[in-house]
Each structure stands twice: as C-alpha cells, then as structure tokens.
Write a protein of this length. Sequence first.
Lengths: 319, 319, 319
Amino acid sequence: MRGFRSPHLLDIASLGRQDILQVLDAAEVFFEVSRRPVRKVPTLRGKTVINLFYEASTRTRTSFEIAAKRLSADAVNMSVSTSSVSKGESLYDTCKTLEAMHPDLVIIRHQASGAPHYVASKLRCGVVNAGDGMHAHPTQALLDAFTIRRAKGTLEGLSIAIVGDIAHSRVARSNAVLLRSFGCDVRVVGPRTLVPPRFAEAFDVRAFDRLEPALEGADVVMCLRIQRERLSAALLPSLREYSRTFGIGAAQLALAKPDAIVMHPGPMNRGVEISAEVADGPRSVVLDQVEAGVAVRMAVLYLLAGEAERPGVEAEGAA
Amino acid sequence: MRGFRSPHLLDIASLGRQDILQVLDAAEVFFEVSRRPVRKVPTLRGKTVINLFYEASTRTRTSFEIAAKRLSADAVNMSVSTSSVSKGESLYDTCKTLEAMHPDLVIIRHQASGAPHYVASKLRCGVVNAGDGMHAHPTQALLDAFTIRRAKGTLEGLSIAIVGDIAHSRVARSNAVLLRSFGCDVRVVGPRTLVPPRFAEAFDVRAFDRLEPALEGADVVMCLRIQRERLSAALLPSLREYSRTFGIGAAQLALAKPDAIVMHPGPMNRGVEISAEVADGPRSVVLDQVEAGVAVRMAVLYLLAGEAERPGVEAEGAA
Amino acid sequence: MRGFRSPHLLDIASLGRQDILQVLDAAEVFFEVSRRPVRKVPTLRGKTVINLFYEASTRTRTSFEIAAKRLSADAVNMSVSTSSVSKGESLYDTCKTLEAMHPDLVIIRHQASGAPHYVASKLRCGVVNAGDGMHAHPTQALLDAFTIRRAKGTLEGLSIAIVGDIAHSRVARSNAVLLRSFGCDVRVVGPRTLVPPRFAEAFDVRAFDRLEPALEGADVVMCLRIQRERLSAALLPSLREYSRTFGIGAAQLALAKPDAIVMHPGPMNRGVEISAEVADGPRSVVLDQVEAGVAVRMAVLYLLAGEAERPGVEAEGAA
C-alpha cells in the first residue's frame, strides 16, 4: 500500500528504492515521536499486532512491541515456549488460527528461512519478517539504512564493509540487497569458512578474506555477531583467533575513512568482533541503530496497517 | 449479573438457557467489532483482567487477551513458569494476592479439575474458567454453540456427534451439557477405553464405539484432539489405528447429513483425528470457531465486568 | 524531582524522611484509584515503562505492571529466560540498548546486589530497584511503611520485630533503614546462622536469637520468607525446627502488643515462618501489603516519570 508492492514486509528484495525511501522518510517523523515527552500517537488505535516469535530475542521483540504501543496498537506477544507449538501444531495452523482472531499484522521471527513468506502466502493479514533463519531481516537493514543516512546524509554510493560470519547472517543478506540498490560498494569480509564463494556473486558484492582491503576507504564498518555455535561446528578455530584476525579495534578502524562509522546489530560480543573502545567510541552508532529500530518499525507498522485517512503523527492530547 | 446466576463463569451447568443465549446474543455484537477497521470499544476501560495460566495455551490465552484489549481493559498475563508458584505458593495465596491488586476478573486455566471453583469461592472478583483438568471449558462450549447457531440457524434439536477421547475431555463435557440443555441429540463416540460407560448416563447422551451409527444423520461432527500421552498410558494402540477407526475423513463425513459441519477445538493433529482434506474443506468451521472465540470471550468479559450504564459496543473515535 | 534526591529509586538510604512521606502521601491518593470502578488515570499516558526482571516474581512484576497500566503508561515486560541475556550480553549493553528505545523508566530486579545502582549510573532514564540480591527492595519497604501507617496512624517510634532470615533479606535491610529513620525500635530475630553480628551495628537495630524478648511490646511483627536453599546450605537444621523456634503462631503473637499487626512480604510458607491461623487472622495485614504495593508503585512511577503540569489522579472519562 502507498507504494509498497505487497501488504507484507518479507525481505528487502521485494522493495523498490521508492518503498525503502518511503519507510525511511516516515521513520524520520516517528523518530521524533519517541523523543517527545508524550511518546505516543493514535495512529493505530484499534489495530491488533501479534508478535509471533519462534526464536528468543530481546531487542527485536521489545522494539516491535514498543513501536506498536507508541502507535496505540494493541500488541500481543506469543513466544514458542509458551505456545501450542510444543503440542506439535503446524505453522500453517498456528497462523490460520491467529488470522481468525483478526490481527492487522503478524510479526514473525522463525528459525526456518522462508517461514514468513510461507505464512504470508496463507494469510489475509499483513506479515512482517522479524528475521527468518539465514535468509532475511528486513527491518534490520532498514534501520541500518536509516542510521547510515542520518550519519552520512545519503545512502548513495557509499563504501560499506560487512565483517564477520557472512555465511549465516540474515543481517548481511538484507543489508547487501538494500545497499546495492543504492549503488553502494559493498564488501563482505571474514574467514573463508564463513564467506561463501557464491555470496559475492549472488548479492553483487565484493568478497575478501583479509580486513585491510575490505576496510580501505570504507564509509561504514558493519560488524556481525559471532555465534558461539560456529566454534563447535569447526567453522572457527577460536574466538581469540577470530578476534585477532577480524575483530574491529581502533587500529582496524583506522584503515577505513577518517569519518567512518561503526555499526553492530547487537548483541555485541565485546572483545571478539568489536573492541569495547570502538563500541563505546565516538564513531560507534550502535545505539543510534537501536533508536532507529523503534522509528523504522513504527514506520513499517504504519505503512502496512495504517489507514490513509487517519492522522499519523499528531501528538496525543492528555485525555 | 444481568441474568447470570453468579459473578463467575465456571461451567456450563451453572448457566441457564437464558444465560447462554445472552452470551451468544452479546457475542453477535462483538463479533462485528473484530471485523471493523477499528477493532476496539471502550467498554471495559479502566478494568483489569488477569490471565492466570497454569497450563500453556496459545489460542485460549491469546483469545482472552485480545478480547480484553478490544474491550479496552488492561490485560495482565501470568504464566506458571514465571510465577512464584514454583516457589511453592498455594493456589489460595496466589489468588488472594491477586485479589488484593483489585482485578475485575481473573481468568484461570489449571490442570486440576475444580480449581476455578475453589478460587471463585475465595475471591470477591469475578472468575472465568479457561479450562480446568478434565472438568470444564465453558467458553469453548459457548464459542462452539455460537458457531453452530450461525451455521445452522438454531441450537434446538440438532444431532451432534462428538468423536474421540471423551473420557479426558473438558470440551466434550462442557459441550454435552450445553447442547443437551437445548434438546440436542448428543452422541459421543470413540474407543471403549476413552468413552467411559458412566459418561453417557451422567450427561444424558448416547455412547457409541463405532463411527457409523454415531455419525448417521448428524448435523455437526465435533472432533476432539488426541493427546499423545494416551498412547503411553496404553489407552490407545497407535495413532494409525486410531485414525483408521475414528479419524474423520471425507468418507466418514459422508455418513453425516449432507450439510453437516465439522468442528475441532484445536490444535488439530491433521491425519490423526481429522484429515487435512476435511479440515480445510468447505464444511469445516474450525476457523469460524476461533473467530467466535474472541467474540464470545468479549461477551463474557463484558457481562461479568461491565457496568450497565456504560456503552457496550460503540465505536471508539479516533483520539 | 519534587523532593526526590535523584531521578531513581534505588534504595531507602538514598531517600530522606520527606521523600518517603511524599511517596506515602501520593500513594494514599492512588490507593483510592484502584478501588474505583474505573481503575485508571491518564497520568503517564505516552510514557514507556520497562519491567526488566532477571529473577522470576509473580507479585512484584504483576504489581508494577498493574501500577503502570493504571497510570496509562505503556508497560513492556522483559524476563531473562526469553531475552538475549542468555546469549551473554552484558547488563551494561542490555541497558544501553533499552535506553536507546527511550523508556521513561526501567524497573529492574536482579540477583546481584548493586545491579540497579550500576544501571542507574549508566542510563539517562529513571531506574527503579525492584529487588537486588540481598541488598535492597525499596518499594517493599515503602509499601510496608504505607501499611503500617494506615494500621497504626503513624510510623514514629513504633516497635517492630523482623523475624527470620535476616542475613539474606533485602526486605529486612530496606525496612530497617526506613523504620530507623522514623525512630522506630527495630528488632531483628532469627537463628544465629541467619542474624549476622554486624547487621545490628550496621543498621542500628537490636538483634536477638530468641523470639520472646524480640516480640515483647512489639507493634508490628514482620515475618520473612524462609528460602529452602538455606537448608541445603546447612544454615538451618530443618523447617520443622525453624518453625518450632521462630514460626509465628497465635502463642508467639501473644508476646507482642495486644493490637500488634503481622506482616509478610509473601509468598508465605504457611506452617513454617507463619501459621495459617495467624496468616488469615484478624491481625494479619498481609493482603493489605499487597494492595498497598500497587498504590505505592503507582506513586513511585508518578513521582519519577510524571510531569508536574499533568493531572495526577483525575478519573478518566469514558471515551
């Protein structure tokens, strides 16, 4: 609606540049809402948003819940551990059941790549992908783009290095698609075990196995979280070894442009993929990303569930 | 209040026909609320509804939570795994503690039959039974009745076959009581190990151990969920055997009336007690039941916690 | 603000007598709100309150959540079991992340003494300590003071016996500090293994290892919960032995003043630290404490997050 090609937000690849810019522009307005003393607008009053999380997540679930509540929507949380999923109900039946309760949006996080697409194909209500397996995390890419645009003034033609476990990262995939559509020079870098040869081709990015060429001239250094399960899978020798080779500290950051920003989707392993000095330093925009997350998710919920004739961002008066 | 014999909804047996019809009639109005663009009425603004769930449940807890929120009540969830129950506090103390916080309603699901009655005898606030052991699940029976009435135009004098694990089913018990009070011909059918001889007498229904006579001429075929723990208890030989003998597929459905509807309280074991073809077929009202659930629960919350002088179902204006 | 020395509520020691009285006086007003038919005021509309609980708790989390909702704040729950804490994120990063979402208040319960102070030192938003390790539980002490003042008409100069596991009790510590600031004669009593010699000195109270002298002339008998893990730590011989020596039954209560009240922070081990007869008897104010809890927490949230120009306790009109 209003430029979105579908009533869902499933991945970045389904969006056009105009869709992306529309989200970012709407997010600019909502960004201010969260900074007001009264952090709430009546935009989605009477709408029902269900957070259906098959994977635990502090920041993403909380970010969506706060976004929904600041839009005055009714937010309902369902997590797998307390749901009938443990009774063996299929994803299809769970979703059809939810749909019959007339939610306006179902926000789903699922360990299986493609689960949100499957769900969206079965439901009449809107579906937002909050992260599916290794496939996509579109609101993360949108909040990253929002953060980059605020820091750099534009998304066009930037040089961006994504560092870490590229192979397993839905964050890397969604960011690569988004940034390429704005003509960015996207470099992915990490241990060869974690940077698949086909990734560069599939996403039209450049792959590296050493930090130096990847960071040279970069406007943005985007660190990815190292999952400890990669160690047991023998994809990494040790965290210490990883940190020494691909961790972003002050020396590594010096390889990028002098005004390069450093990003991380969180939660950070300080001392592994990012040093505490850099994480807390003046070029870190890690917390800006979190703040952007609420604004971008408000924008997404608004664009998918809002009604054209309703006011979007007027302040709510005291009752 | 308003025809209810008690401030609680504990079981169907405590309701009269007029009470039941009052719930169903109120639910018709609330049914439309969930289909509006703005799915919310101010009816229970300033009321507090606590969902106290000692058993996990996706659909029932979510259904009650959505019902409460669409009535503008404040809904608070408490599940056993995160509660002080694990510290050994008694049900009595937990409930008295909650009562002191001035909820208007406590919705309780408990594995012990009779727990909601005990709680209601101790509390001053209203109590809604959301399923207790093998005893009762009154809102399920009410939403089933709502669904049947919408499909058949009446509840009076229908023939209804309830198929499956009758012995352990609170759904069967609550439905039997409700439907018998409307003069329905209620037949219960399942393996002899799961259809207790005394059930038919106690609930004034007819018992069968073969599908054919039970389904003959039925207006409604109500499947029950098979719990896998019945296998380990040696009450069932195998799911395959159960499915072959008592599963409802197209051939079995043909034994009922040509316009018979098929119901299931969910979550379904597709291929066990119901075939996918039937579950998704034109005579399935499984999702209608879910939709009815929100409406019926809104009606129950309204009748138990609402105030006569407050408007029930006026649309909420945009703030 | 408004007399609070800090934007946080971390412990009682940081409050002055005027701060405490201010909370109690505000709580008197909010106490009535929960007894109205419409239990809600618009005071904190548009404010975001996050319940960050690293320890499970029924009553405290629910009490804070109800308090927030009755003030019309948006309340978001985060419990450790469903959060990224299990991914190893530090408390610092979790809190900075939350802060970036612009909550107005973070309410934190943590097993580590001092965690809320640490958090408050890092955040710009207000922090409320909902219990940290063995250190402090300031809202418990405030609700106890509210309950005592309502029962006795004053806090000044009362004799108060705190009975049980003094060593490990944040409730005992916070109550001792508060009550001593009002000149109360505070006696702590329990097995020598659970009443540290330095406690009496540190908190300027009198320590006993026998009930009789501790209860003599007491206006208030405050029982503490016995944690079963004290048994495995060999700090207690048996619950039966504890109950015989330090449990409060009718005979023990007779040692105190004839109009003495009995308190317990809950959840109670009936028959261990308190007999059922006393717990449910006319001198028990255990449920008054729970009721006071919501009122006191509304007052704290209001004083920390409210704005001077907003009305505090006007009834919310039907929309």
